[in-house]
Design a protein. Structure first.
Length: 434
């Protein structure tokens, strides 16, 4: 049995880089250090359908037929070139070179290109464009943080090793005792498994985070709250929490979907960013968004270098334009403006709002996807790639913006290409057709 060390987990934004994989006959038969989610990504599940050849069908009601790569790539290129408003979406579960080729392809076909941040931390991006981004790295949190807030996120379920590696339990340079050196505050309407570990659980009423943040900012600036409760929380508890934040040596605010996808969306985040800015008048405080997919951040980086904008980039006029709400893929689908879609490394069929999925069902859809998913059920063409971080290498960006090199652990199934190779082939064909 071969043992491969220092493998990077291609699942969540924690991007753990200490995984050990046990390999037998080109199969990963076991892992060490990975959480249950990471482990299941590395090991093949019995019964899971893995595509190893391109599949095509004219009509979405027909069965798929196996085709060769040349035919599938040619048809893909034709669809994209002939479309008036093509959209290219996904990208968050693949590596940065595939992103760069995706940007190039979008520019060539005059399409709109975007990633899963649209339905995730997009609102955080709109907020930081307004009011700034006082971020730090996870290493700083591990070594320095004595006050840790998880706001609207549940790392025990969604980023399982986050608290152990960085946020709470890790022993750091200035925090030698780990958990006992830190105060943990969790803000969530539910008593989640993360909240059960907190020193203070602020059980905010759903959709009332904006009020709570505003109250905390008021208390911080010595205003008196003239009510008994704000957002369902007794004001004494708010005073207590603000006192802890103010007296932190190094504080960190992690935040997730509970604030980006509830009412007020990006306004929750710009208020939270301003709370962090206000706190810096008294102490050192930072924030980090709990980015979801392991390389959702990477796409926003690449997209920004290439186009100047992080997502929702529209090349229909030949130059990049950015106007989320108008140039977002979800909105284009809901308004039935998009007339062809290429999806890569995400599963919008499972995770988009119903109206957007209806839009996907009505247009030609190409899915670059290794497994059978609700998206492939709606596809006309399936192009099966090697799995980045398992079967091919590349670069990914952790939630705090630190780039980490992904490893290739095993060979992909025979004949299967990496995402970037598939993108390159499509680009070559599109060039011929234009
Ligand atoms: S916490 Fe995230 S990156 Fe780390 S092993 Fe689990 S799924 Fe992978």
């Amino acid at each position: 049995m071969e043992i491969v060390k220092d493998v990077v987990c291609p699942f969540c934004g924690t991007l753990c880089d200490d995984i050990i994989c046990y390999v037998e006959n080109n199969h990963i038969v076991g892992t060490k250090n990975a959480c249950r989610i990471g482990h299941s990504k590395f090991t093949h599940r019995d019964g899971a359908v893995r595509y190893t050849e391109p599949l095509m069908r004219e009509n979405k009601k027909d069965d798929f037929k196996k085709v060769d790569w040349d035919t599938a790539i040619e048809k893909t290129a034709e669809i994209l070139v002939n479309a008036k408003r093509p959209i290219l979406y996904g990208f968050s579960a693949t590596e940065c070179h595939a992103h760069a080729y995706g940007m190039k392809l979008a520019e060539m076909v005059g399409g709109v290109v975007s990633n899963t941040a649209e339905v995730c931390h997009g609102p955080s991006v709109w907020a930081l464009q307004d009011v700034g981004y006082p971020i730090c790295t996870l290493g700083e949190v591990k070594n320095r943080a004595d006050v840790v807030i998880y706001w609207g996120c549940n790392p025990m379920h969604a980023h399982p090793r986050h608290m152990g590696r960085y946020g709470v339990f890790a022993r750091g340079f200035f925090r030698e005792r780990g958990r006992s050196d830190r105060t943990l505050i969790v803000v969530d309407p539910r008593k989640t498994d993360t909240a059960k570990l907190a020193d203070i659980h602020l059980q905010v009423e759903q959709h009332k985070d904006y009020e709570l943040i505003s109250a905390m900012r008021a208390v911080l600036k010595d205003f008196e709250l003239q009510v008994d409760k704000v957002a369902g929380i007794p004001v004494e508890l708010i005073y207590e929490a603000v006192d802890i934040l103010k007296n932190a040596q190094f504080g960190i605010l992690f935040f997730g979907m509970g604030v980006t996808q509830s009412k007020s969306k990006h306004r929750n985040i710009d208020n939270a960013i301003q709370l962090v800015v206000d706190l810096n008048a008294y102490t050192k405080f930072s924030l980090i968004p709990m980015r979801g997919h392991y390389n959702v951040n990477g796409f926003n980086q690449v997209c920004t270098w290439v186009s100047g904008f992080p997502l929702c980039v529209d090349y229909s006029r030949g130059y990049p334009r950015f106007n989320p709400g108008d140039t977002s893929v979800t909105d284009l689908l809901i308004r039935k403006e998009a007339d062809a879609m290429l999806n890569i490394a995400s599963d919008p069929g499972a995770h988009f709002p119903n109206k957007a999925v209806e839009g996907m069902a009505e247009i030609p859809l190409i899915a670059i996807e290794p497994h059978r998913t609700p998206t492939t059920e709606l596809a006309n063409i399936i192009l099966p790639p090697a799995i980045a971080g398992v079967e091919c290498e590349g670069t990914a960006y952790r939630m705090d913006g630190v780039p980490i090199e992904l490893k290739k652990v095993i060979e992909p199934p025979e004949g299967v290409l990496s995402d970037r190779e598939i993108m390159k082939k499509i680009i070559r064909k599109v060039k011929e057709l234009l």
